[in-house]
Structure formats: C-alpha cells, structure tokens
Design a binder for this molecule. Structure first.
Ligand SMILES: Cc1cc2nc3c(=O)[nH]c(=O)nc-3n(C[C@H](O)[C@H](O)[C@H](O)COP(=O)(O)O)c2cc1C
Length: 349
C-alpha cells in the first residue's frame, strides 16, 4: 500500500509514537506514522521535514485530529477543575490555572500539511470538507479517513478520501467516532473491514486488535490492504511511553481494557485504573477541554510513577505485546503473518 513493501502501518499515536519510530518503520519497508495532533504548526513542519529527510521516497503518514476551535462554558470548566483538585493535591501539584490553549489550531496545522505535502495524511475525530481533501490531493498527498462505522466510511468516501482506516472497537487509544454517539459506534474490526470493503470499493486499512502476525494475516485474508497496529508498538524502543505506563502493560490480557472519557472528554481505550473508576460518575467536559485540564496531572503522575492516575492507553491485543526495536518488531510480525498465511493455505488445501 502507498508503495510500501510490507503491508503494516505503525499506527499514529499521540503521546506514544515518535519521529524515530516512524522513520524506523518506513525504513524497514512498512509505513511509519506520526501522531502530530499535539504539534504547533512550526513544529509540525519541522517534524515532517525531519522524517522526509530520513526516509527519502519511502511513504510515511502524518496524522491530525479534525477539531473545531474549543468554546468551553466557564462554569463547566470550574466544575471540572474542582473534580480534578483532589487528584492534583494527591500529587502535590499547585492549584490549577486555566490552560493558555485548549488544543492546537487545526486550520493552521492543516495549512502546514498542504504546504509540506507529506506522502500520506490521515485524520481522526472528524472529517475534512471535500475542498480540503481536494487541496491535499492536488499536492500529491494521499488522504486517509478514520472510520469507526460504515456510515463514517461512506462520509469519507463522499468527500474523496483515497483510503479508509477502519478502526474497530478493539483499538487502543481514542475512538475516532464523529457521526453518532460512541455507544452506537462500537463495530468490531472484522465486521467493519469486510463491510467497508464490500460496500465502498476503496482501499481499507484494518485497525484494532491486530496484535501479532496471525492477526495481520487474518485482516489481509479479509481483503484489507494493510494492517494498522498501535498497541503492538507501545513497548518499542523508540516509543515515548512512560516507565509506569510500560510497567502497567505487562501481564495484561484482552479483558484488561475499558473505554473511558475520564482523561480527555473523548472515549478512549486503556487499561482500567483507579482514575477511570473513581471519575466514572464525574461531570466531564468534552475533548479537548478535559484533555487540556488533565495534561499536567498526567505528566506529574508519569514522573511520580503513579500508574493509578495515568492514562494507560492500550487495545484488546495487549496480551501479545513485546518489546524491541521497531524495525525488528516489523520484521518479526511480517514473517509471522506470511508463515500464518502459508500454513493456513496448506491446512485447508
Ligand atoms: C497510545 C495510543 C495513541 C493513539 N493516538 C492516535 C492518534 O494520535 N491518531 C490516530 O489516528 N490514532 C491514534 N491511535 C490509534 C492507532 O493509530 C491505531 O489505529 C490503533 O492503536 C489500532 O488498534 P490497536 O491498538 O488494537 O493496534 C492511538 C493508539 C494508541 C494505543
């Protein structure tokens, strides 16, 4: 896919993927991606330049969140800050100040994408306009839209996307859902990939629960052009995952994760912990408000080694996690996928 030799995409992961990881994945023959939603426009341009210089003409993906400017209700912000105050006190943090900005400005980030024209751009949390999609395509950038339902995939097809990233509910990190409430958008990877492929005629990238070579083989057999893996790279040497988060991933299995809004205001899948449980009844403002309000808390929890207050994003495939260099993980996953495809063909020949 996109000219890569190996149909594996190292998923974009804000807070976990790094330029070094993307460079390693693309150089190894797969497709690296950078979760760039948290980058200010200048840093975004710089990062794209850095990756391009390192990988030459190999494909890589730059990923952004499609967000409208935040317009929080001050009373709601005060209530959210009050709910977080005891957690901050537990970590010895001072009283919370209102953040300078809630999120990076998507319009400004998008302008950088058009200017720098990376080989592939992928989007989540929302959808581009047909005009925005056409602007990127006119610059030679392939556009991938993240969909968590068939209706979202259709919406991306209608605005001219080149491919759909079909993200099942197994996926780690945030749900990309943008049309219906999350509770109505929990389609599994196998069903979503096969439905999107059958109905839309666009290349499909399968994402969610693809944790090893055998599951890569499964989605390729289903007709996906590539498997996007996020959780499977969390323990990579190049990942930005903090020490307590890494430690918390050990020994987990497919039952360990939950969907929660507690950390960011948008549903995301991670290992269940005390913050998730105790904040379950609290009033939580929508993304990016809660995300910005918990940022300092999460950073302090990571420094203090407090996994009970930290977002421990991981998907249902967490049991298969292994450490190693990104390039070695890709080589191992792809070798196992090919062996699985050959074994399966032989078993049922
Ligand atoms: C820690 C973490 C952060 C993520 N951040 C992003 C992101 O910034 N943008 C995005 O489109 N997907 C993001 N994802 C989703 C991954 O790119 C990928 O689609 C997903 O992890 C696939 O499911 P899996 O975790 O079961 O492999 C994130 C996933 C994780 C685990």
């Amino acid at each position: 896919m996109f000219g890569a030799e190996i149909p594996i995409i190292q998923g974009p992961m804000l807070g976990a993927s790094t330029p070094a990881m993307a460079i390693a994945a693309s150089t190894a023959g797969a497709i690296g991606a950078i979760g760039a939603a948290g980058l200010a426009p200048a840093a975004l341009g710089q990062t794209i330049g850095e990756i391009r210089e390192a990988v030459g003409d190999k494909p890589f993906i730059v990923n952004l969140f499609v967000l409208d400017p935040a317009a929080p209700d001050p009373a709601e912000v005060s209530r959210a800050m009050a709910a977080l105050a005891p957690w901050r006190a537990e970590l010895g943090l001072p009283e919370q100040a209102i953040p300078n900005k809630w999120a990076e400005d998507f319009a400004a980030q998008f302008a950088v994408l058009v200017e720098t024209a990376p080989p592939v751009a992928s989007f989540t949390f929302g959808i581009l306009s047909a005009e925005q999609c056409a602007r990127l395509k006119a610059r030679g950038t392939r556009v991938v839209g993240t969909a968590t339902t068939l209706a979202e995939a259709r919406a991306w097809a209608a605005i001219g996307a080149d491919a759909i990233c079909a993200s099942g509910f197994e996926s780690g990190g945030h749900r990309g859902t943008f049309l219906r409430p999350v509770e109505e958008s929990l389609v599994g990877t196998l069903s979503l990939v096969s439905a999107v492929r059958a109905q839309l005629g666009l290349p499909v990238i399968a994402a969610g629960g693809i944790a090893d070579g055998a599951s890569i083989a499964a989605v390729l057999a289903l007709g996906a052009e590539a498997a996007q893996m996020g959780t499977a790279f969390l323990l990579a040497e190049e990942s930005a995952v903090s020490a307590p988060w890494r430690a918390a991933l050990a020994g987990q299995d497919c039952d360990s994760s939950r969907l929660t809004r507690a950390f960011s205001g948008r549903y995301a899948r991670g290992i269940e912990n005390r913050f998730m449980r105790e904040m379950a009844g609290a009033e939580i403002p929508v993304y990016p408000i809660q995300n910005a309000l918990t940022q300092e808390l999460r950073a302090a929890a990571a420094r203090a080694g407090r996994a009970d207050m930290l977002s421990l994003w991981a998907g249902q495939g967490v049991h298969a996690l292994r450490p190693g260099r990104t390039a070695d993980l890709i080589t191992a996953y792809w070798a196992q996928a090919r062996a699985t495809l050959a074994d399966t063909a032989a078993r049922f020949a």
